[in-house]
Design a protein around this ligand. Structure first.
Ligand code: NAD
Length: 473
């Protein structure tokens, strides 16, 4: 700890000798947010806080890597293996500066309203759907996640599935589990020399490209943006060019309006006879019914009664199971589904969706419960990435990679700059605020400053002078 020093004129009220960290971070209290740029508050003496005063609550068995990183920094870390529900969550979140969660803890606006000292949320997972990002931003709470730490795990699973589909391992294994010994090479193939068509050449698609070439496959990819191909991979101009040329088609796109049902019946029929489909991206990207449906009769649907529609569907399902069995598609591997059970257990059945029971009965189809990115290595990487991001935010006000804030990052303060002070100010994006900030800090020889906006929220990082760190909002 450096010795606390003032950067504003001496306060008119007594400053506690050991201020809480939130007294720095919460210089403007959240209830007044949106009604005034600077809530009436006594001038504050900004001091470096003691890292031992930062309270962190980690839920849902967050990886050891993150726990150790945060504890080593001196923060108080409270750890729980499961999520907390309603009253317990509200009780715990009231007091902490940082909360770390995975996908089960829901941080809604009403929960966040109780978080009086909260500065940051760490989502130790890929998605951030479980957090009300916009509301968190309005309250000046920065959210971090880890979108890419499990890319390699997904790519490895897909390569494994390419081989398993080509050798019909799923069916062979099920036969053996049921006591049937059935040798034979019919419809079992090597993957060397085959064409892998990758749709979406981002983090996962490009990793997969490298792995596929290393086992002797040729790689084509289709992406909406022109991208540098790795190795001998080649970008094609259209989705249909990829579909007609590939022995295996694998999807690695985000779920967006454009990618919903990207692969439907027309696309499946455009694929090569005897080819394979793999989806480990998002469930709604493939129209699952197309896997077994024949084209529905073209009838003006509003004139059909619900009962008639239900009967037509059943008939189509029956016919189209035959279509997949006929071999136009030789197999498929699905890791993601349009609807997924919210808990572990025997829930992948007709109560989830009608297609759940239908696809379970198709031949040479590998079904996995959204585990593409679920490896110990990925969890460690996520723990390190989100843990580092939280540390960078608390200690240096860096918001790079934040899911709901503009990105600002002044370079790290060096040892030689021990007397520098870092001020982060989060405010509504309204004219006049920056002038008011400059009026306060202008006399203090500002060395560096950065400012950015995202929607209604702006963030400004300044490094005037003195002390190691203080943040204010
Ligand atoms: N199964 C799992 O456990 C698991 C784990 C991690 C990620 N994912 C999912 O995998 C997908 C890909 O992840 P990523 O990290 O590689 O994403 P990314 O953002 O790095 O790459 C996505 C690529 O898709 C391209 N793209 C977007 N729309 C497209 C379109 N209409 N047609 C063609 N290309 C398009 C983008 O340009 C980008 O290059 C995401 O949906 C992600 O949610 C699944």
């Amino acid at each position: 700890m450096t010795i606390p020093r003032d950067i504003v004129s001496p306060p008119k009220t007594a400053v506690p000798s050991s201020p809480s960290p939130s007294s720095f971070f919460n210089a403007g209290t959240s209830p007044s947010y949106g009604t005034s740029y600077f809530p009436p508050a006594p001038e504050k003496q900004l001091k470096p806080f003691n890292t031992g005063d930062i309270k962190i609550l980690l839920l849902e068995d967050i990886n050891r890597t993150a726990r150790e990183l945060l504890q080593k920094e001196g923060y108080q870390v409270e750890f729980h293996t499961s999520s907390l529900q309603d009253i317990d969550l509200i009780e715990k979140i009231r007091d902490v500066h940082v909360i770390g969660i995975r996908s089960k803890t829901k941080l809604t606006a009403s929960v966040l309203d109780h978080a009086e000292n909260l500065l940051a949320i760490g989502c130790f997972c890929i998605g951030t759907d479980q957090v009300d990002l916009e509301y968190a931003a309005k309250r000046g709470v920065t959210v971090f996640n880890s979108p890419f730490s499990n890319s390699r795990s997904v790519a490895e699973l897909v390569i494994a599935e390419v081989i398993m589909l080509a050798r019909r391992i799923g069916d062979k294994s099920m036969e053996m589990h049921s006591g049937t010994w059935q040798k034979g090479s019919a419809r079992c193939r090597e993957i060397r020399g085959k064409v892998l068509g990758i749709i979406g050449y981002g983090h996962i698609g490009s990793q997969l490209s490298v792995l596929a070439e290393s086992v002797g496959m040729s790689v084509l990819f289709y992406d909406v943006v022109p991208l540098m191909a790795i190795g001998k991979a080649r970008q094609v101009k259209s989705l249909s060019e990829l579909l007609v040329s590939s022995d295996f088609v694998t999807l690695h796109v985000p779920e967006t309006h454009e990618t919903r049902d990207l692969i439907g019946r027309t696309e499946l029929m455009a694929m090569k006879e005897g080819s394979y489909l793999i989806n480990a991206s998002r469930g709604r990207v493939v129209d699952l019914q197309a896997l077994w449906y024949e084209p529905p009769l073209i009838i003006d649907q509003p004139v059909l009664s619900d009962v008639l529609i239900a009967n037509l569907c059943l008939e189509n399902i029956y016919m189209c199971s035959e279509a997949m069995r006929s071999g136009h598609l030789a197999g498929a591997a699905l890791d993601v589904f349009p609807r997924e059970p919210s808990a572990d257990g025997p829930y992948f059945n007709k109560d989830l969706a009608r297609w759940a029971t239908e696809i379970r009965n198709l031949p040479n189809i590998i079904l996995t419960p959204h585990i593409g990115g679920s490896t110990e290595e990925a969890q460690e990487a996520i723990g390190a990435e989100v843990g580092e991001a939280l540390l960078g935010y608390i200690n240096f006000g860096c918001t790079i990679g934040a899911a709901n804030m503009p990105e600002v990052a002044l370079r790290s303060i060096t040892v030689a700059e021990e007397s520098h002070l870092r001020v982060i100010f989060i405010h509504q994006n309204r004219p006049g605020v920056l002038r008011q900030v400059n009026d306060i800090l202008g006399d203090h020889n500002v060395d560096k400053q950065m400012s950015d906006s995202r929607g209604d929220v702006s963030i400004r990082a300044q490094e005037p002078l003195l002390a190691r760190l203080a943040c204010s909002r």
